[in-house]
Design a binder for this molecule. Structure first.
Ligand code: AMP
Ligand code: GLY
Length: 438
């Protein structure tokens, strides 16, 4: 079986590795945005190209007689790469352009939740001019969020008390969006602890992955600018220390309801990864956003736990036969930490040499935004290398990840606090405080 992976970060490196472990004989082809030697060494071909361009992807797929394509990042989904691949009868893991709106349009997702009465939708309104903006902000008071209605890599979202400190500043941001002819959503600010719960989805059936918590802020103690995610963890027994079983069940039920709603809305089912970005609040689990792909870094956690054959799962998605797949995850803890370039995310350095040779367990090292020139590994300006610790306890998993990431040499930094007891206790206390106040 010839398998195409679109994308070349650590998430795609994790996908590639899991595919290589499959009992289904396969050849891997990667259409990449950077030269990732981790993926390259297990692929027939890694070609650098415009991964979000449907023609480029279909030409590459045709040339290599691809049977199954897995789309890693959101940009190709947003541009309809899956639609184009399906036109030439290539099976895909990833939704078509219409269904990918669950990630690409904030207003689409909120409207879908409202229309189909999906639990966990905050109060919201959609705008494309300033009419009624002030009034709506007054209704929300101090707790509001403004979201540019499109893909902005997380940078289009401004949260009151964090990025915006007054209604005047809020309106200024709305004006900036309007000037770009943009639409935006204003919604209630939700207070709680965020977590990701991803589900494999074949259009009809869902199989849920264990919940994971990512860390969006660049610096220790959740300070600094937002990033793609600095690291993530899960606790033993497929849980998170600040969630109840009820919270996890609610998130699963919301993913099921969302998949059902998408099918009703479009008449065709959602095939791919349905990634719910949730927040546990005093008032139960709410939806922050949806993504139409594996989370990065969350993929590294779930693949470290996955005990089943990933190609079987992917074929189950493509053939709508996921209910026939036995999917199991181990009960271990995992901690993933990213080493990122100095200056990341606002002004990352680029092109500097890094040395990963001292890392002990290369099976749990995932290369991301790197380049290889004259056999020298260079950082190429975004999240660079991820390491994962897997153990029977969170504490041990954290210690492994921390020790390994310190073995990476170069002008990089990472968050030492991810997965530590101190930060976990902070999360638990936060939830207790919130729940007590309600
Ligand atoms: P998004 O791109 O929708 O994931 O938003 C980026 C980040 O903004 C999220 O990870 C949250 O931390 C924050 N955020 C988004 N929506 C809300 C909300 N309604 N309440 C509180 N925080 C939010
Ligand atoms: N970890 C956040 C994301 O993949 O969007």
């Amino acid at each position: 079986m010839n398998i195409l992976i679109v994308g070349s970060g650590a998430r795609e490196h994790a996908i590639a590795r899991s595919i290589k472990k499959s009992k289904v004989p396969n050849k891997l082809y990667c259409l990449a945005s950077n030269r990732n030697p981790g993926i390259e060494e297990i692929s027939e071909i890694l070609e650098i190209g415009k991964i979000a361009n449907p023609n480029t992807v279909t030409n590459f797929a045709r040339e290599h007689s691809i049977d199954l394509a897995i789309i890693g990042p959101e940009a190709p989904l947003a541009n309809g790469v899956v639609d184009s691949l399906q036109q030439i009868n290539i099976q895909c893991v990833g939704p078509t352009k219409d269904l990918a709106q669950i990630e690409t349009s904030k207003s689409f997702t909120r409207d879908l939740m409202r229309k189909y009465d999906i639990p966990g939708c905050p109060d919201y309104q959609t705008f494309n001019n300033l009419n009624n903006v002030s009034e709506y902000l007054n209704t929300l008071g101090e707790n509001y969020v403004i979201k540019f209605d499109g893909l902005m890599g997380g940078k289009g979202v401004k949260v009151s008390g964090e990025h915006i400190n007054s209604h005047a500043e809020a309106i200024e941001y709305c004006e900036q969006i309007i000037a770009k002819n943009g639409k935006f959503v204003i919604e209630e600010k939700l207070i709680g602890e965020e977590f990701s719960l991803m589900s494999f989805c074949d259009g009809e059936h869902l199989i849920h992955m264990p919940p994971v918590q990512d860390h969006k802020r660049a610096y220790e103690n959740d300070t600094g600018p937002n990033t793609g995610g600095m690291g993530s963890y899960n606790d033993t027994n497929q849980t998170l220390p600040f969630l109840t079983n009820n919270d996890i069940d609610s998130a699963k039920a919301i993913n099921i309801a969302t998949a059902k709603a998408l099918k009703k809305e479009f008449g065709i089912g959602y095939k791919g990864i349905l990634y719910g970005g949730f927040i546990a609040t005093a008032d139960g689990v709410k939806v922050i956003e949806y993504n139409a792909r594996f989370g990065d870094p969350e993929a590294m956690n779930v693949f470290s736990l996955l005990q089943s054959d990933l190609i079987d799962i992917f074929l189950g998605i493509a053939n709508s036969s996921l209910h026939k797949c036995e999917v199991t995850f181990s009960n271990k803890s995992t901690v993933c930490k990213y080493a990122v370039p100095e200056g990341y995310p606002d002004s990352p350095i680029k092109g500097e040499r890094i040395d990963i040779s001292k890392v002990e367990n290369h099976d749990q090292l995932y290369l991301a935004s790197v380049d290889l020139k004259n056999n020298i590994l260079l950082e190429s300006g975004s999240r660079t290398v991820a390491v994962v610790g897997i153990a029977d306890t969170l504490q041990e998993a954290e210690a492994i990840a921390e020790s390994e990431i310190k073995h990476i040499i170069g002008p990089l930094f990472h968050r030492t606090d991810i997965g530590t007891e101190a930060l976990i206790q902070k999360r638990i206390k936060h939830m207790i405080t919130i729940r007590d106040l309600s």
